[in-house]
Design a protein around this ligand. Structure first.
Ligand code: PEP
Ligand code: CO
Length: 466
């Protein structure tokens, strides 16, 4: 690129960065692959495979996230904690899409704002773990790190990190993307037909009445507009759906980091909106090094241990030019810590006038173990962290621009509480997650409804619209 072209962009390419420059830093949470030669061969194979997303879509998402930063949109980011290869099925994918579409309908209707829809799917196959090894009955094996790395069964062959799983992860991601794109292009998301998104068991839900009333209102509004204009309201079948995953496994991410014709810079073309997990978010680490050079919008998980100075330095590293829509901060403090830990971060970022998109992840700070050994989350804590976050932003003069949730369209019982008031013994009935507990359909819809209530209670609206 000529010097002239470069000055057309207010954003500079980092001079000392390359898709592989992360290799000079400490890379936490990487599997110990026993065969370096095979890893290199797999990376070569991945480099030749087609990407999953395009740079145009990435630019369009960045624009939408910039609008969310200004309060002109709201971000809904959600999906499984970890996708499994075996869950790459028609029912699991379409049910998850249905929940996200229904939630976004509740949000659009209640917030009177367009929603940016981002799935945690088509690549959410690698997981950070708190321990390198797992020990059972005196036997220690490498921890399960997601289907992209190894298998969950507790035997030596299953737990051996296998680079070929990255090729399979790419294929599964491509199948997922392909199905999601076909559903949406084929009219699945058409607002004239919200009944397409109904999930069988929903009719028994205590929330069904509220939801159906809202759908009827929307249907009437659409018909009213169509009568008034004498035309079909177009574009109601056109919703954008973007993907995201934790870009944890850097050899995989590096292989999909590409340049494209007539665009400057490098793009991670395995997903639209990658994020850095809490355990790998150090400014000096390999993940931050990798992320600073890609042109995608990126996000980073912020836990309760992060101090304001540290956060500002991370913001500087990841968004040195203060580019709109570039950086999301996904805060996951826990309901008990958020009031203590969040305000000073909000204040520091506001004081420095930095542009970020504040996102609340009310899941990961609220994980606990039950007496019968299940990993769970209480709905009341999830609700409380969201509500407190809205209040804390209102008090700080900042804006909560979105939520990040772990959910599924399956009828699971993994989080306690909610409209059906699930309790610890219910967890045994349908606990399917191999990692973190997810909100089921009903609990997810309830979260969307409570966001709407909270928004209304605080009188939040478009800037200038009050
Ligand atoms: C996750 O999002 O599944 C996760 C592991 O989150 P965190 O990095 O916030 O712990
Ligand atoms: Co999780």
């Amino acid at each position: 690129m000529s010097a002239n072209e470069r000055t057309l962009h207010s954003v500079k390419l980092p001079e000392d960065w390359s898709p592989g420059s992360w290799r000079g830093r400490t890379a936490l949470q990487m599997p110990a692959y026993p065969d370096a030669g095979e890893l290199a061969r797999v990376q070569e194979e991945l480099r030749a495979l087609p990407p999953l997303v395009t740079s145009w879509e990435i630019h369009s998402l960045r624009q939408q996230l910039a609008e969310a930063q200004e309060g002109r949109r709201f971000l809904l980011q959600g999906g499984d904690c970890a996708e499994n290869f075996s869950d790459c099925s028609s029912a699991v994918i379409s049910n998850r899409l249905k929940v996200l579409l229904q939630m976004s309908l509740v949000l659009v209707h209640g917030l009177r704002l367009p929603v940016v829809r981002v799935g945690r799917f088509a690549g959410q196959y690698a997981k950070p773990r708190s321990a390198e090894v797992e020990t059972r009955d005196g036997v220690s094996l490498p921890s399960y790190r997601g289907d992209m790395v190894n298998a969950p069964e507790f035997d030596a062959a299953a737990r051996r990190p296998d680079p070929r799983r990255m090729v399979k992860a790419h294929a599964r991601s491509a199948m997922t993307m392909n199905f999601v794109r076909s559903l949406i292009d084929g009219g699945f998301a058409d607002l004239h037909h919200p009944e397409y998104w109904d999930l069988g068991w929903v009719t028994h839900s205590p929330l069904a009445e509220d939801y159906q009333r809202m759908v009827a209102n929307i249907g009437e509004a659409v018909r009213f507009m169509e009568t008034l204009s004498g035309n079909q309201v177009h574009n109601l079948n056109r919703v954008d759906f973007f993907t995201s995953h934790e870009a944890l496994l850097l050899p995989y991410e590096e292989a999909f980091t590409r340049q494209v014709p007539r665009q400057w810079g490098w793009f991670n073309l395995s997903t639209h909106f990658p994020w850095i997990g809490m355990r790998t978010a150090s400014r000096d680490g390999a993940h931050a090094e990798y992320f600073r050079g890609i042109r995608n919008p990126v996000a980073v998980k912020i836990g309760p241990g992060v101090e304001p100075d540290e956060l500002l330095r991370l913001v500087d590293l990841l968004n040195p030019d203060d580019e709109p829509g570039r950086l999301g901060l996904i805060c996951r403090m826990g309901a008990a810590a958020v009031a203590d830990r969040l305000p000073r971060l909000l204040e520091a970022v506001r004081r420095e006038g930095r542009r970020v998109l504040w996102i609340c992840d009310p899941m990961h700070g609220n994980t606990e173990a039950t007496s019968n050994g299940y990993k769970t989350r209480r709905f009341d804590n999830i609700r409380s962290e969201i509500e407190q976050s809205f209040d804390l932003h209102a008090a700080a003069g900042t804006r909560l621009g979105g939520v990040h949730l772990e959910l599924t369209g399956e009828d699971v019982t993994e989080c306690t509480g909610g409209a059906r008031d699930l309790c610890e013994v219910d967890l045994e009935r349908a606990y399917r997650s191999t990692v973190d507990p997810r909100l089921n359909y009903e609990q997810s819809l309830e979260i969307a409804m409570l966001i709407v209530r909270k928004h209304a209670q605080l009188g939040l609206a478009l800037p200038g619209a009050r």
